[in-house]
Design a protein around this ligand. Structure first.
Ligand SMILES: [Ca+2]
Ligand SMILES: [Ca+2]
Ligand SMILES: [Ca+2]
Ligand SMILES: [Ca+2]
Length: 253
């Protein structure tokens, strides 16, 4: 019988020195110049910029290019996605210091436009991720607001523009730090799990029929009970919506 155990072995590459005091806080990967080799982008909180490192044929990261996220921006979190459905990957960055989300659109292979921004008020955006939450094949940006104890969603139009941010509170003193997106209850709608540093809890927002429904979840082992309660609520909402629609139709008729 064959031994099917896999053994992983990692070899450290040559250390890539970054600019001193760059204070990288977040990293993402994509093939920005479309040469079939993954490249790296970092959010340099100490230098108020993002830096792209392109991987060469030897697996070494070279030719760094820098794009400013503006003075005092303190970029803390970074993600990559194609926001406007062209052939170029775009970069999305949470600018903690200037309370906005920076959008850096790809212009041609490995070259980007200057950053444009979406304001998040005075919320201190600490973390972000990108996904299609409402299943319309248009990427949405989900942000953790450290300063206002909330998360926010910018629903995308698919052309690089976004709806006004929608906020959902994570509770008094919750101090959210991070989030993850997955379909926790297997209902084909993506859900959001938030790490609340201040209140020592994981909070899950279940998405139901394109509406975000809140669930506070303090004991991981009780999750299945909460999901059942949530599903009953979702079914009730659907019934109420259908009855309302029927009443409106009857009145029109
Ligand atoms: Ca590349
Ligand atoms: Ca793009
Ligand atoms: Ca979407
Ligand atoms: Ca779900």
């Amino acid at each position: 019988m064959l031994d099917q155990t896999c053994y992983l072995s990692f070899e450290r590459t040559v250390k890539k020195p970054m600019t001193s005091d760059s204070r990288p806080r977040s990293v993402a990967i994509a093939d920005f110049n479309r040469d079939n080799r993954l490249d790296i982008v970092t959010a340099n909180s100490g230098k108020d910029n993002i830096m792209i490192l392109f991987q060469n044929t030897n697996g070494i990261f070279v030719n760094e290019t820098i794009y400013s996220t503006n003075i005092g921006s303190n970029p803390y979190s970074i993600a990559v996605a194609n926001l406007n459905n062209d052939q170029f990957t775009d970069i999305i960055v949470a600018n903690y210091g200037t309370n906005n989300i920076g959008l850096v659109f790809g212009k041609e292979n490995g070259i980007f436009h200057e950053q444009i921004t979406l304001s998040t008020g005075n919320s201190r955006p600490l973390f972000l991720t990108v996904n299609d939450l409402n299943n319309d094949n248009k990427q949405d940006i989900v942000v953790v607001h450290y300063g206002t104890n909330s998360i926010g969603i910018f629903f995308g139009h698919g052309n690089g523009t976004f709806q006004k941010e929608v906020f959902y509170t994570t509770g008094y003193d919750s101090i959210p730090y991070s989030l993850v997106i997955a379909d926790f209850n297997h209902d084909k709608y993506l859900d959001i799990g938030v790490a609340n540093y201040g209140t020592n809890e994981i909070m899950i927002f279940f998405l139901v029929m394109s509406m975000v429904v809140l669930l506070i979840q303090q004991d991981i082992q009780q999750i299945s009970i909460h999901i059942r309660v949530q599903l009953v609520q979702a079914i009730l909402i659907m019934i109420i919506l259908r009855i309302s629609l029927l009443l409106i139709l009857v009145q029109i008729a």
